[in-house]
Design a binder for this molecule. Structure first.
Ligand SMILES: *Cc1c(COP(=O)(O)O)cnc(C)c1O
Length: 406
């Protein structure tokens, strides 16, 4: 593989990273996506937009987040020093607010009065409802009926924040169906509506835009680790649902080829299709991850042998999706990043270990990254460092874990 290809992280003008990404949408969405791309590019290359966003990230969301040296976890691993990038300390409890604030600012610049979003577990819905309250925008959240039932507290939280939550009864009544419904709404109401997508997924420009808004994680972490340890880390480790927290951490390190980039997918409770959400797991006879199009973008998608979209399972709703962001597919195929799996059981182990050793309860999504971080640290000398992206806090998962233990 040529070096230039490995380090290239800007997609072409149509949003392709190699053969991945792009814009596979009905005709009616082409013009609004063009308009959004233009507005985003203008904002991206101007100073005013970033000045405004950075101020909100600081005063409202709580940035910069600390890079915490987890000494007891490091001692437990017995190797490299483990640092945690504390996105869990942000307002609303996870990295999602970084993207929600960026896109809400764009919506305001575009004079859209109404914002729609999809949500699975409700974390992105809560972040979106939050920024809409802040900016005085109307907010409509699409959520699968199954998720509405499982996440009653987040539904209440969104309504408290002034959002309308629409229950989707189609398909498997989960995230994928909520995204379809949100796209349909957008196609009908483009004149006054902004679609605030929650991960580094979907048609161009979303994967690029979400990455740019989440890259603040990696920019801060790079500076912080250099001042804490005087050198670059040996590895970055992050859980990967759609891939926004991972790409946000990885992006500012892409050209540092000696820094290993490790994404952790949900291995769920088994290897066959329907038992996990590991899109780069291609082996099973029942089907697995193959290149295909889902919801506007070309990437790795879990499919059965006939090409039907596969169902997924994970203990953590935030990792439970059949496709992965296109830039990750690109980094996977050219070998710049590695992708591994943690099972539900691994995640529970990471959850408890982190609580007991560091006094920090991680989100179950984040917990997937902890056992592999310990394995990677163990193989490295004590004066090296690795960074784990601590994508969110675990308050939302305490009840679920308590129920599992009963
Ligand atoms: C939503 C979520 C994720 C997964 O989303 P990405 O886009 O892959 O980052 C991971 N961790 C937490 C805490 C989340 O809320």
């Amino acid at each position: 593989m040529k070096k230039t290809q490995i380090t290239r992280s800007e997609p072409d003008e149509h949003g392709h990273w190699g053969r991945f990404g792009g814009r596979y949408v009905p005709e009616i969405l082409v013009a609004p996506l063009e308009e959004l791309t233009e507005e985003f590019m203008r904002a991206r290359h101007g100073n005013n937009f970033w000045r405004e966003l950075n101020q909100l990230l600081r005063d409202y969301a709580g940035r910069p987040t600390p890079l915490f040296h987890a000494e007891r976890l490091s001692a437990h691993a017995g190797g490299a020093q483990i640092y945690l990038k504390r996105e869990d300390l942000l307002h609303t409890g996870a990295h999602k607010i970084n993207n929600a604030l960026g896109q809400a600012l764009l919506a305001r610049r575009m004079r859209k009065q109404r914002v729609i979003a999809e949500t699975g577990a409700g974390q992105h819905g809560v972040a979106t409802a939050t920024v809409c309250a802040l900016f005085g925008l109307r907010c409509v959240i699409y959520m699968g009926a199954e998720d509405v039932r499982r996440q009653a507290l987040n539904v209440f939280r969104m309504r408290l924040l002034g959002a309308e939550v629409i229950t989707v009864n189609a398909g498997t009544r989960t995230l994928k169906d909520a995204i379809n419904e949100a796209l349909r709404d957008w196609a009908t109401n483009v004149h006054d509506t902004y679609y605030l997508l929650g991960s580094a997924l979907g048609p161009h420009p979303y994967p690029l835009m979400v990455r740019e808004f989440q890259s603040v994680i990696g920019r801060e972490a790079r500076e912080q680790i250099l001042s804490a340890s005087g050198k670059l880390p040996r590895a970055l480790i992050a859980c990967v649902g759609g891939g926004s927290n991972a790409i946000g951490l990885f992006h500012p390190f892409i050209a540092d080829e000696r820094v290993r980039l490790i994404g952790v997918e949900a291995g769920g409770r088994g290897d066959s299709l329907g038992e996990h959400a590991a899109r780069f797991h291609t082996a099973a006879k029942s089907g697995g991850g193959r290149v295909g199009v889902l919801q506007g973008t070309m990437s790795y998608v879990l499919q059965d042998p006939n090409g039907q979209i596969g169902t997924t399972h994970s203990i953590s709703a935030g990792l439970d999706y059949s496709a992965i962001g296109p830039e990750h597919a690109f980094l996977h195929d050219n070998g710049r990043a590695e992708y591994i799996r943690s099972s539900d059981a691994d995640a529970l182990e990471g959850f408890e270990l982190c609580a007991k050793l560091e006094g920090i309860i991680p989100a179950l999504e984040t917990s997937h990254a902890i056992p592999p971080a310990i394995r990677v640290a163990r193989q490295l000398p004590k004066d090296d460092a690795i960074i784990v992206n601590f994508s969110g806090r675990g308050d939302k998962d305490v009840q679920l874990v308590a129920d599992l233990k009963r």
